[in-house]
Design a binder for this molecule. Structure first.
Ligand SMILES: Cc1ncc(COP(=O)(O)O)c(C=O)c1O
Length: 406
């Protein structure tokens, strides 16, 4: 570049500020604090800690998935693949929807992504502009709120109702009243992390009808749809959706198939979404790892007994948790119908950060503070119970060292 007087001046101007220090986008310094991540890091430093603060089971990925992946690697599946996924995997996901959800979803609406989180980012960034409003039902996994912040859309939180007899529930009028002329989308996690609250088929139908009439997008996170304690899956938006509805479904291999570290998920979009999502994925991440997608195919083809076995173990852990909470007398929780989270409150402990910190310091048990899940939940704590029976017992003993019986 030729140095002109005006260049020189602007360089002089910049020298007044600290232009040599690396500066990042302002949206990053404006991100809201993540108390869950903060407590997780705090717990990690302690030798002997039992961590039930993160959302994953303690079983490694089963051999039939690992073996299929290894075979793919040996077979040279190590090159770039189509951005929206290997065609056989897209077909396998379509087959999965046909057999488990009785839904006919063509492969042109199914996009393989490197994680459920990536599927969520693709869904959001393909529809949200700066300043749009998105309604999120809370409590909600903090990372989804963070993903909204990155889009610079404005998030309106609509909290679930809670009462001791019925547990968590959605007031549909509150949800609909939150809609304004700027509302672009609603974000609904069903079954919900952290509460286990699961939308009924009737609620799904009503919300879908409302959104259709108002021209609002629904982003439904159905990552926990197979972790249910009655039946084999939760009600899905796909049970009622038409191909041209403004609907994205986020899903993942992480939770159902013990594949959290694999970073593989998928997105289902409307009939006209293949081109925009492909373009976005192309410039964003160029698609998921090729060889790993062969493991995902094996998961969908042969994974049903594994899911059933896991859910059986988690159900018996949940029985244990309910029994111990009841005997404790100070811990309040309505039995969740789905997911592997116990989201509870403790009588006389309104400050979840204080409680989580003392659990780490005094009994080496790391849990997630409720305040990380939205404005509504400062008095709550989340514990993942997707561990072995022995570890669960040990964790409950440690919890009761701090939360002593009434
Ligand atoms: C509701 C919800 N959606 C998405 C994810 C992320 O899934 P993945 O591991 O595929 O990124 C999680 C993980 O905890 C979650 O709780």
């Amino acid at each position: 570049m030729r140095m002109t007087d005006s260049n020189i001046l602007s360089i002089k101007d910049r020298s007044m500020t600290d232009y040599k220090t690396p500066q990042f986008r302002s949206v990053l310094s404006a991100l809201s604090p993540n108390q869950g991540a903060e407590m997780l890091r705090y717990g990690w430093t302690k030798p002997g800690i039992i961590s039930l603060a993160q959302g994953e089971g303690s079983m490694p990925t089963p051999d039939f998935i690992a073996d299929a992946t290894y075979a793919a690697l040996k077979d040279g599946k190590t090159f770039y693949a189509p951005v929206l996924g290997v065609p056989e995997l897209r077909q396998e996901i379509s087959n999965y929807y046909a057999s488990v959800f009785k839904a006919a979803i063509p492969t042109s609406r199914i996009f393989v992504t490197s994680s459920g989180t990536t599927a969520m980012h693709l869904a959001m960034t393909s529809i949200l502009d700066e300043g749009d409003e998105i309604i999120a039902i809370t409590p909600i996994w903090k990372n989804l709120l963070g993903a909204i912040e990155l889009t610079q859309a404005h998030c309106i939180q609509v909290p679930l109702e809670h009462n001791a007899e019925q547990g968590w529930g959605l007031d549909l009028n509150k949800l609909f009243d939150a809609v304004t002329s700027r509302t672009k989308a609603m974000l609904i996690v069903t079954p919900s992390n952290p509460t286990g609250w699961t939308m009924t088929a009737q609620e799904i139908k009503t919300v879908l009808d409302f959104a259709r009439e108002r021209g609002i997008w629904i982003i439904a996170d159905e990552v926990y749809s197979r972790i249910v304690y009655e039946g084999t899956r939760s009600p899905s938006f796909l049970d009622y959706a038409k191909p041209d509805d403004k609907l994205f479904i986020v899903n993942s291999f992480s939770k159902s198939y013990a594949m959290t570290g694999w970073r593989l998920g998928w997105l289902v979009g409307p009939a006209n979404s293949e081109t925009p999502v492909r373009d976005l994925a192309l410039y964003d991440n160029m698609g998921p790892p090729t060889y790993a997608q062969y493991g995902a195919m094996a998961a969908l083809r042969h994974g049903e007994p594994f899911i059933a076995e896991q859910v059986k173990l988690w159900k018996s852990n949940l029985d244990m948790v309910m029994d111990r909470f009841e005997k404790n007398g100070r811990i309040q929780m309505h039995r969740p119908p789905a997911t592997f989270y116990a989201f509870f409150s403790v009588d006389g402990e309104p400050d979840c950060m204080k409680l989580v910190k003392s659990l780490i310091d005094e009994s080496l048990l790391s849990l997630a503070p409720g305040c990380a899940f939205g404005q509504c939940c400062a008095g709550w704590v989340r514990m993942c119970f997707a561990v072995s029976e022995q570890k669960m017992e040990q964790a409950l003993d440690r919890l009761e060292k701090v939360v002593q019986k009434a």
